[in-house]
Design a protein around this ligand. Sequence first.
Ligand SMILES: [Zn+2]
Length: 223
Amino acid sequence: MRDAEGWFSVIGVDLDAEPGAHRAELTFSYADGRVRTQTEIIDVQSKEFPTTRLTVEPKYVELSEENEARAAREREEINAIYDELTAEAYWTEPFTVPIPGTTGGRNFGHRRIFNEQPRNPHSGADLKATNGTEIFAANRGRVVLAKNLFFSGNAVFIDHGLGVYTVYLHLSEILVEAGAMVERGELIGLAGATGRVTGPHLHWGVRVLDARVDPFSLIGLGE
Ligand SMILES: [Zn+2]
């Protein structure tokens, strides 16, 4: 990205990254064909995320064979999406919050342990919404998935290019189709409580080069 002082790059640090020094190799490709690489050390600080331990009846956490198989298929499909790297940025403006006026979300990084079995940490932020709250694309990009998923319910995934993806889960309605380009702020769906959730909200997630980052960390970049 570029601002008044010059070019800068953004690297996502996954919520499970080990604290300490990480090497990042930057490659600069110039218009005249020269290529230069430079290694930077990034010092990852530790951060504690809350953990909740729950004991529940096994029937609430164990899936049927059929649902287990469906969830596994969908995981593969999603991983294949994140494995794709679109070499150009589709966006030209800063990212925005999908529910205008919302300043924060709950539960990013929250770990839940059901009957001593740790679940994947919560990889997005849950934004307050009611059934039917309008959800807008956080930035320009291509819709790469728009359908019902077992855990996530009605889901929209947007590829913004350069390895940046935003996801919008548990929608009551999906208003875009896979393959379509959407503009920043375009209506893409309505909030709901589809999938494995207890009440209506928007789960908003962001991936940056496969790192799960707090979606709100994108807000304000490039402004
Ligand atoms: Zn969530």
